[in-house]
Design a protein around this ligand. Structure first.
Ligand code: NAP
Ligand code: ZN
Ligand code: ZN
Length: 347
């Protein structure tokens, strides 16, 4: 077994703190990654605090992992020792269902094995995530990372990046489309960057007046404060797509009104409690309410390569490991700029 140092939540209400555990030995298809940086996703917070009611403690969150390969198994072909590598939200899946075969492992029929708070395919070994100094992953579920980009700023691409890239590609968003991004946090700021890069006209819808300048710096063409009733009224029936990244419960009907006929609102945010939908919010204009979950391995690699080519990275605040609890509190106040990334050398 490999000894690992990490940070864990031991229950839903206590701060995260040090936790030593072990990882499996490097198998023939595995790589051992020394983790250099790990992004902090709002999903980490939902999970650490058991907001989705599915947490098994202790939990080591973290699924925006970048690092360096320090050992490889005999059959590994994609990586060599010294290469950069990334790990996202899942580390395995059944590999045989239709979704897995099509590279949509995130929608695996039996459920992809999440990077943390999951059981491995053996049905008994708990997975632990990236708030730690190393991880062992099958090379098939490991991403190649270009050394052209700034590594800490690449980490958030492994979740926030692919989660926003995937639906924009799926719905073929581009030139001629008017897109609204709801919520300017980790996912929101990447959604703005990608939608602008794909040629869409982008409006940032935010509950934080103070984020206007930043939204424009990120490339948004327009900014609207969601509490401004008059502005919101003027946006009725204006958008082809809304990328909804809000992490807290809110009224979907309010935002569905902003879609044109045949417009689509894609839910990415995963608030812990359900929201009511008024049928008339959808049927009057043949609107669609959709959802999207991260992205498969093939698409994640495609997104990382696109980012390397286009010089797209996350805007981050680098923090030491022991500031994670402060980061969670700031995230809850919508005070993120626009992703916390942990410098793992501080562990
Ligand atoms: P984040 O960085 O905390 O950003 C969320 C943003 O939502 C906030 O910055 C804020 O933006 C807005 N917001 C928060 N509370 C709000 C409220 N009460 N009312 C209105 N707006 C509010 O979170 P994130 O990491 O981007 O994650 C966002 C959500 O996506 C989380 O629920 C997360 O679990 C989920 N997620 C889903 C996937 C997927 O595959 N679908 C992947 C990753 C994360 P403004 O200040 O601009 O209003
Ligand atoms: Zn995430
Ligand atoms: Zn599968």
């Amino acid at each position: 077994m490999i000894q690992t140092k990490g940070y864990a939540a031991f229950d839903a209400t206590t701060d995260l703190s040090s936790f030593d555990f072990s990882r499996r030995d490097v198998g023939s298809h595995d790589v051992l990654i020394e983790i250099l940086y790990c992004g902090v996703c709002h999903s980490d917070l939902h999970a650490a605090r058991n907001e989705w009611r599915s947490t098994v403690y202790p939990i080591v969150p973290g699924h925006e992992i970048v690092g360096e390969i320090t050992a490889i198994g005999n059959s590994v072909t994609k990586f060599k020792v010294g290469d950069l590598a990334g790990v996202g939200c899942f580390v395995d899946s059944c590999r045989t269902c239709n979704n897995c075969r099509q590279g949509l492992e995130q929608y695996c029929d039996t459920g992809a094995i999440s990077t943390y708070n999951s059981l491995r395919l053996d049905g008994k070994t708990q997975t632990f995530g990236g708030y730690s100094n190393n991880i062992v992953v099958d090379e098939k579920y490991t991403l190649q990372i270009s050394n052209r980009l700034d590594l800490p700023r690449v980490a958030p691409l492994l979740c926030a990046g692919v989660t926003t890239y995937s639906p924009l590609r799926h719905w073929k968003v581009g030139k001629g489309h008017r897109v609204a991004v709801l919520g300017l946090g980790g996912l929101g700021h990447m959604a703005v960057k990608f939608a602008v890069s794909f040629g869409a006209e982008v409006t940032m819808l935010s509950s934080s007046a103070g984020k206007k300048n930043d939204a424009e710096k990120l490339g948004a063409h327009h900014f609207a404060l969601t509490s401004d009733v008059e502005t919101m009224k003027n946006l009725n029936m204006q958008f082809d797509f809304i990328i909804n990244t809000v992490s807290a419960p809110h009224d979907y009907n309010t935002y569905l009104q902003l879609l044109k006929s045949d417009g689509v609102m894609v839910l990415l945010g995963a608030p812990p409690t359900p929201s009511q939908i008024n049928a008339f919010s959808l049927l009057g204009k043949r609107r669609t309410l959709a959802g999207s979950l991260i992205g498969g391995i093939k698409e994640t690699q495609e997104m990382l390569d696109y980012c390397a080519e286009q010089n797209i990275m996350s805007d981050i605040e680098l923090i030491p490991m022991n500031e994670i609890n402060m980061a969670y509190e700031r995230m809850l106040k919508s005070d993120v700029k626009y992703r916390f990334v942990i410098d793992m050398s501080t562990l």
